[in-house]
Design a binder for this molecule. Sequence first.
Ligand code: 3PG
Ligand code: MG
Length: 404
Amino acid sequence: MAEGEGEGVMARPDRGPLVGLPLLEDLPPVEGRRVLVRVDFNVPLGHGPSGEVVVEDDFRIRAALPTLSWLTDRGAEATVCAHLGRPKGMVDPRFDMAPVRARLADLAPGVAMLENVRFDPGEEANDPGFVARLVDGFDAYVNDAFGASHRAHASIVGPPALLPSAGGRLLAREVGTLGGLLVDPDRPFVAVVGGAKVGEKLGVLRALLERVDALIVGGGMAFTFLAAQGHSVGASLFDAGRIDSCAKLLEEAGGRILLPFDFVALGPRGTIGEGAQGSGEVRMIGADIPRGWRGLDIGPESAGAFAEVVVGARTVFWNGPMGVFEDERFAAGTRTMATAVAESKGFSIVGGGDSVSALEHLGLARRVSFVSTGGGASLELLEHGDLPGLAALRHASNAPTTGA
Ligand code: 3PG
Ligand code: MG
């Protein structure tokens, strides 16, 4: 992965969601100007050696550096604003920006950071008064918060109506890369979608089916599809209210949805635990899961078959784990998938916190073509072809005219 790329001027595409988006070059001269930069620094926190709260993974902070240096190299005074967690419009010390600010100070000295925008109820409510206070004193606005641009919140959609605005380098790279999947991906194009909740992902599965040659479904969400095919799912997670939707998708897909056909399952009184802390009997099981048993990972036969499809693809998009991988007994399927995505010679894109952390734990993140900083945002962009934050930028007074 070539991080820090994108310093040069981007060629303007004529299709896809980048069209009409003002980029950094479209800003008035920034020298001596105060620029507000919305970033997605919603990062995992942990504890340092003496118990202090520290940033556990600074991927999203590093990803914003090309934009910050573009601005400061040109003499702008950059101030970033971001959210952390979901403090629900109240000051909550657990979501204080201090650890993030400290990490940013190491990586981009001289760049200031405002307090967590979600400490104010005006942020999520997209309150015009909050937007006005936020932009007060600034001359320009940059949105580099790709991972939060599916939220129509004040700091994302408000400023472009008030200040000359631009999408930053990260935002442009994300939108260009993911948008490329919507325009003309090299084929075969294979999508791998996992995770627990099928309800949240039906929309994106439907959108992906319009474009992919194969859609691999793993993780807890696979059981609702299996139930729709008449398999018994035992005590596995499944969504009875969505069986009909899954059946319909299977029918529309005409064989392009690939479902697991063997599982690693946990016995009736077993428990899930971090690493090696779980308990109970674990067995390899075929497509039908017995009563009381829970399928918690795809089995080795399925993983092998899926890996073969992924390795042969020329474009791969992966979002969501294949099993409960934080429990070592149910990690193999996700590991096999991560390895296959990394080994694929095609163009590979991975999005979503869990898939990205699986790749990182395996040391494979550098071997995929593109790691997205957005989970929900990448899925919504694929589903709708646009995001609220992008639409707002296109309406900025300095946005390029597209001839449309
Ligand atoms: C994320 O971490 O997915 C983004 O920063 C968005 O956060 P949210 O889901 O709390 O809006
Ligand atoms: Mg999220």
